[in-house]
Design a protein around this ligand. Structure first.
Ligand code: CUA
Length: 310
């Protein structure tokens, strides 16, 4: 799981988030000052009724309305608009971008693909530190929104449309993200982790995952793989290098390295994985996965096999 400190837009860990945080503080300062000014004028207005000699407002009655109602908002809002638009350009299209990762929102999980390397993950995006990465974002069903507060702003994932977001983390760590657009029953359990690795560690990670995991030789694991194919798991899930090539649910080639199951619903451990297979609706009601009934020894083999995947 991620460090809670890495889940706030006010603890930016990359240039995109830093830009947004700077804008946030600037707007808080400017609008805070205006709030104080308005409260002071209100207090002055309330008190002046009691004064014996009623003072005139600054610039006279009509002038005060023109200055306070038209000139002041223009002078404050136009520079802020120009400043924030300038930042928006740099947020969506920076001067240099490294690799592209394709992310597709589903009800209720994230499909993550590395097109140049043939790697598929779910609910985790692994990126190198210090390099802007372009996320090409779309949706398979309804509108979702990708938000990793410490790294970037929100970007909608819209069916039939590809949007893009730049993610950059300047220090290694695990950053929590969420779906920020209500998308149905399990919108709240549509979390995502961004794992930022130092460039050398990232290259190692890429190389290790480019080729599919070797076929299991251990009899228990081999029987787990057979169960995976025979029990129907393979209809919906892919494990590269095996006969399982379903595309309805998350790619499970690297399931053992994931930190959570069900897009942040539960921690990925032995017991939760077994529980997820036999009763996914108890852990995340409404998700697309049906329960699988298995004899205990077959379940044991299946869980052992899945836990052996890199
Ligand atoms: Cu997907 Cu909310």
């Amino acid at each position: 799981m991620s460090d809670p400190a890495l889940t706030s837009a006010l603890t930016p860990a990359g240039p995109q988030a830093a830009m947004i945080a700077k804008l946030w503080w600037l707007m808080l300062g400017v609008f805070g000052a205006i709030l104080l000014l308005v409260v002071a004028l209100l207090a002055w207005g309330a008190l002046r009724r009691r004064a014996r000699h009623e003072p005139r407002p600054p610039f006279g009655d009509a002038g005060f309305i023109v200055m306070g109602g038209i000139v002041l908002p223009l002078v404050v809002l136009v520079p802020l608009l120009v400043y924030s638009l300038a930042d928006t350009g740099e947020l969506t299209e920076p001067r240099t971008v490294g690799r592209t990762i394709r992310v597709t929102g589903h009800m209720w999980w994230w499909d993550v693909r590395y097109p140049d390397d043939g790697i598929a993950l779910a609910n985790e995006i692994v990126i190198p530190t210090g390099e802007p990465v372009r996320i090409e974002l779309t949706s398979a069903d309804v509108i979702h929104s990708l938000w990793v507060p410490s790294l970037a702003g929100k970007t909608d994932a819209t069916p039939g449309l590809t949007t893009s977001q730049i993610l950059q983390a300047d220090r290694a760590g695990v950053y929590r993200g969420a779906c920020a657009e209500f998308c149905g029953l399990q919108h709240a359990k549509m979390a995502l982790l961004v794992v930022a690795l130092e460039p050398a560690a990232f290259r190692e990670w890429l190389v290790a995952r480019r080729s599919p995991p070797p076929a299991p030789t251990d009899p228990l694991l081999a029987s787990g793989l057979a169960t995976f194919v025979e029990a129907g798991c393979a209809e919906c899930h892919t494990i590269r290098g095996t006969a399982a090539a379903g595309s309805v649910g998350p790619d499970l080639t690297h399931i053992a390295s994931r930190r959570t199951l069900g897009a942040g619903a539960v921690v990925n451990n032995h017991g939760n994985l077994a529980g997820w297979i036999v009763g996914p609706q108890a852990l995340k009601p409404g998700n697309q996965m049906p329960a699988t009934t298995l004899a205990p020894e077959r379940l044991h083999a299946l869980v052992a096999y899945l836990r052996s995947l890199p």
